[in-house]
Design a protein around this ligand. Sequence first.
Ligand code: RNT
Ligand code: ZN
Length: 430
Amino acid sequence: MSESRSDNSIEIAFELASERYAAVGIDVAAVLAKLKKIPVSVHCWQGDDVGGFEHDAEELGGGIAVTGNYPGKARSIDELRGDLEKAYSLLPGNHRLNLHAIYGEFLTPTDRNEIGPEHFQGWIDWARQQEIGLDFNPSFFSHEKASDGFTLSHADAGIRQFWIEHGIASREIGAAMGKALGSPCINNFWVPDGFKDTPADRSAPRQRLAASLDEIFAPEINPQHNLDAVECKLFGIGSESYVVGSHEFYLGYAMSRKKLLCLDAGHFHPTEVISDKLSSVLLYLPEILLHVSRGVRWDSDHVVTYTDELQAIAQEIVRTDSLDRVHIGLDFFDASINRVAAWVIGTRNMIKALLTAMLEPTDQLKQFELDGDYTSRLALMEELKFMPFGAVWDYYCLCSGVPIGADWLKDVKQYEGQVQLQRSDVTERV
Ligand code: RNT
Ligand code: ZN
């Protein structure tokens, strides 16, 4: 599908759209200048189904699952970087990369408690060259010491100690990244710990988790280099009855220990939304992290699409004027479609949602509300849904030198044919 619109027609449509927005008090040029500065942290793990590059990599564990066997998955760091470069080339703006600890460059077998900044120097060099910031995640899953479902809250002190060392090492890596790249690394702690069936003791694992985290966070690290986040969750596969790091656990932990709270869109009850949580959490925490994802019936980590909830998340960030306090990360993994396309679709949707939210005459809506004029509030909200934000988006893509509309798909198809499908495991199978 090619749209083949001329640059001129895109500019004309943009001029007309700008007039419409100006009529409701929005300065579109100012919005685009601001949007350009908002980074989205693109997660590396969509590129290889959360596999990573450890020598003796285990099956994906921790109660998360990737389904699908689309050919052409990245099998090495070089391939993953190539795929990421392709994805970034199709995104307007400058973004970030979110790495997991299992994606280090391990020349020899290196256990999780032995990792260090040296294993990520290649990523740091690459990020500098790409002019992107790096974020990080310790990996508390897909490992023999996590195989019974517990890590930092394990009843065995030796296993806890192993994972504490992993957490400490991960913060040192994050600090090295942030220092080298001049932008704080958001280091996100998620542990899968939990029980499949009804626990007899819900308290002891939570006490142990808090104590382990306190040990990990004891070393002081310059917040300009590394900021820690903690991610809550309702349930996972195999931890249906009890997750140690629940929402209440981490909300309290983040507030009392001055950490960022990570809200993942798939980690709550099916009708519970994170968009409604932002304005509450931001009252008590200076900064938060989002894992923008899409749950379908459960925490299924579907590619982010342009849903009502995605729009609501972006609206809440903008309406609360919190763009500088909310770090936007993505978290999905779909192996049933081209993995580069998954990144492009999900990230472009996130940026589109931010753009549309920033094109809203929020002050006007709030004034209607204060006046008790809910009729006008609803009427304007509904009319805004048909404003020409598509014309602004196209123009933003044009100015950013990235494909307009669905034209990016041609690039991905070409890349798929020339690069992804040439990978030997694919050609061997054919
Ligand atoms: C799992 C969490 C976590 C992971 C990634 C791979 O439910 O959402 O963020 O998806 O760390
Ligand atoms: Zn997540």
